[in-house]
Design a protein around this ligand. Structure first.
Ligand SMILES: [Zn+2]
Length: 252
């Protein structure tokens, strides 16, 4: 399965990004405003406000370095430096992701995902990992698919995910399989609270995987319904116009 779309970036280069508001990819942005403040006695923090040139909405980004390009006098310009992995420099962004979650996804699940994402961006990896595990567990509870292990009385994570998979048969099974393959998600650990933090790239991947799964579960079927509803309207409009035109034929 191709999961490369999960690894999408916020900033593609110094001029293009994936807009978190209008959700257009490869759209141009302008660095609208830059300011800085003292994060601590020895550390400065730079704050960048970026505006989408398509929808005009502005996002906020925090960075410990001034990543603007400089002119020949050495003064900062209103562009980021070229050939820089901008995403890796920003430690906090609002909105937190290009893939803002659709409101059709249950609110409690959305809030947990956001919390996990914010924690990851601030490099609070234990918190982000714990929060993501909770997201998955709450999703299983929300869909009433939790299967308990008879011996331990605890949720059997693998069996519950399988249960979820059979409940959502229109969703690509690979997505659930991938979630099920994340061994460290096992519910035993959730109960013990002795969590090992995932590293940042792995966390990012699991967060994006979870979001893609949620999108397939709650958004895609609704969009399909809307399209079919539209098709029904078009059909009836078409048959109406056909009957009026045939009437006209008869009147002639
Ligand atoms: Zn936009």
């Amino acid at each position: 399965m191709d999961l490369s779309h999960l690894d999408k970036k916020y900033f593609i280069d110094a001029h293009k990004y994936n807009c978190p508001f209008c959700k257009r990819n490869h759209v141009s942005f302008s660095l609208q405003q830059t300011t800085d403040f003292d994060w601590s006695e020895k550390k400065k923090c730079y704050v960048f406000i970026v505006r989408c040139n398509s929808c005009q909405n502005e996002s906020l980004h925090f960075c410990y370095e001034d990543i603007r390009a400089t002119d020949f006098h050495g003064s900062p310009t209103s562009y980021f430096r070229d050939k820089l992995d901008i995403d890796s420099k920003m430690f906090f962004s609002q909105p937190s992701s290009f893939f803002a979650l659709d409101e059709r996804i249950p609110r409690e699940i959305r809030e947990l995902i956001f919390e996990s994402e914010k924690a990851r961006q601030a490099n609070l990896l234990v918190g982000a990992s714990a929060c993501l595990r909770k997201t998955i567990y709450e999703l299983l509870v929300y869909e009433k698919v939790v299967i308990k292990n008879e011996k331990t009385g605890r949720a059997d994570y693998q069996a519950s995910i399988k249960n979820l998979k059979s409940k959502f048969q229109s969703v690509a099974p690979e997505l659930f399989d991938a979630l099920g393959d994340i061994q460290e998600l096992a519910s035993d650990n959730v109960h013990e609270g002795s969590w090992e933090a995932w590293d940042s790239p792995k966390l990012r991947f699991i967060i994006e995987l979870t979001k893609a799964t949620l999108h397939e579960m709650y958004v895609v079927p609704e969009e399909r319904k809307e399209r079919l509803g539209l098709l029904g309207q078009m059909k009836s409009a078409f048959s109406n116009s056909k009957s009026t035109s045939s009437k006209n034929e008869e009147e002639k």
